[in-house]
Design a protein around this ligand. Structure first.
Ligand code: MN
Length: 133
């Protein structure tokens, strides 16, 4: 069992993704906004964060950059969930610090395989391409 933080403002998606991860055997913490999610991530040692990009207030891009700038969460695997219309934004998502992204409508099989892949890799020494010269 791994500890996963799920940040998603849409209640239906939050329940769907949350239930999916629980059924996969994980301990899931839910948050509906990025500011609370960041607080949780700094308080609790998670193994992975799954975060929606389009959130009220602080969005997923900004949240990912903040998490990558903090030593506590710098190496944490992070997956973005993106709206269908944002499929052209892969580069921006990866540049913000996410390791992977899954586009809505989300394929549960793809989501779970990405979660398990990144959990298998674990926190690692990231090559800090983001923001470096
Ligand atoms: Mn959203």
């Amino acid at each position: 069992m791994k500890k996963i933080l799920l940040v998603e403002d849409n209640a239906a998606s939050r329940k769907l993704f949350g239930d999916l991860l629980v059924r996969a055997g994980h301990d899931v913490t839910l948050s509906d906004n990025a500011d609370e999610g960041i607080e949780r991530a700094l308080d609790t040692r998670f193994d992975l964060i799954l975060m929606d990009i389009q959130l009220p207030g602080t969005d997923g891009f900004t949240a990912a950059k903040l998490l990558r700038a903090n030593a506590i969460t710098r190496d944490l695997p992070m997956i973005a969930v993106t709206a269908h219309a944002m499929r052209g934004d892969e580069r921006r998502i990866l540049d913000a610090g996410f390791d992977a992204y899954v586009a809505k409508p989300v394929s549960y099989r793809l989501l779970l395989s990405e979660v398990e892949r990144l959990l298998g890799e674990g926190a690692r020494q990231r090559q800090r391409a983001v923001g470096s010269p």
